[in-house]
Design a protein around this ligand. Sequence first.
Ligand code: SAH
Length: 351
Amino acid sequence: MDRKDIKSFTFAEVKKAVEDMGEKPFRAKQLYQWMHEKLAADFDEMTNLSKGFRQKLKDNFTYTSLEMVGRRISEVDGTEKYLFRLADGNVIESVLMRYHHGNSVCISSQVGCRMGCRFCASTLGGLTRNLLPSEMLDQVYRIQRISGERVSNLVVMGTGEPLDNYENLLRFLELLTDEHGLHISQRNVTVSTCGIVENIRALADERLQITLALSLHASSQEKRKELMPVAYKYELKDVLDACRYYFAQTGRRITFEYSLVGGVNDTDQDARRLGEMISDMNCHVNLIPVNPIKERSYVQSDRSVIEAFKNKLEKYRINVTIRREMGRDIGGACGQLRKSYMDAKERKNGI
Ligand code: SAH
């Protein structure tokens, strides 16, 4: 029999499993608390469970516990990047960002990614596999334990496309915001997607209070196709309609992410078209100066161009911010630390 991953179980499922093992019902509460409140790294840390019960747990279940294999702390702003090894040897990247309003963690949702966005480092090697709910959770748990600081906010903006790992994402969100776990408020959670239309609609129907961030990056279908292959599958119009539906169902304002790429999507015309396209929506635009990766020739827009783009959008009464670049001194953005780790490993192995 395949051992199941107990840290991905909901409380109801843990209860049932504990019952099936012939243990008293209150043991389920203790076990759940060890996993999701006390953030235990293995069954042996669960000292108020009997040795016999712990052995039964080991025989019947796997226990996800990520191993930290790298940690870099920015001298500029205190941002920390973590590299974690999964049980099967794959390595993923997570980030801790310190803000005045609290600590925010950015997690990965997949090992690699198959979406192929042209400017992104995370997709260069394609998709290896989806992350389990417990593997998404444990990025937060490990960081909270290692840093010794409470995590209050969470963004699913690391490697991977969360809506391409939809069922696991939902379960992760349920466990993360559970009052008997870390109990992070849904309002403090953001899920970023390149725009998988049917799953944006499915997520809307869940009526969670999380923020949806939509990676737009272009103001026309043609330009979006050049930057994001996913646009071959979904029309921009349908993506925006799905966002409108998300707002209608949840009342949550949409965040549009727009990575400015010098000379590609940062012209006056781009800004005007974008303004006209979304001015009727309850939204917020986050402009991201593109982080150049060595595998591509894209460059950042000049500061003056970024400011001009922002001003133009504001004329349409759109709320705009320019993303502060955090942790630039420790491996750039979006999968670049993991990429350099994997490249170094390949060099070492002589591949
Ligand atoms: N797959 C999801 C979440 C991961 S990426 C998505 O597409 O939204 C989080 C954000 O960073 C996305 O908006 C993505 O397009 C953007 N991004 C990725 N690589 C980047 C880079 N090199 N420079 C600027 N933004 C980048």
